[in-house]
Design a protein around this ligand. Sequence first.
Ligand code: HEC
Length: 103
Amino acid sequence: MKKVMAFAALAALASAPALAADGAKLYAEKTCNACHGPEGKKPLMPNYPKLAGQNSAYMEQQMKDIKSGARNNGQTAAMKGVMHLVDDAEMKAIADYLSKLKP
Ligand code: HEC
């Protein structure tokens, strides 16, 4: 009986994320991990930023600025190329996910 109840609880949990976008899933699906590494901890290049544990609001703003072109320095172009893949809500979900990871 206990097992059945545990399963029911899990099933309820599994269906919940349909409401909020899943940052971890988006992070992998939208190719972010290719450059910033799994969980934003091991960037592909030494001059690419680590993201794990960074402030969520800051990251959200940087993503918007990179997407819009407001942030544009020597290496922004690498990332700008993929930003059409994410909308505002998805950027927020990813930023929230990354901010909760241990640096
Ligand atoms: C092709 C490589 C590449 C991909 C793919 C990529 N990024 Fe980046 N990202 C970079 C580089 C390089 C920078 C630094 C840009 C700069 O200096 O302006 C950066 C910067 C950032 C920053 C700002 C960090 C800071 O400390 O200011 C955030 C947040 C970020 N990326 C998140 C993401 C997310 C989320 C995705 C997936 C939607 C993604 N990146 C995809 C290369 C990439």
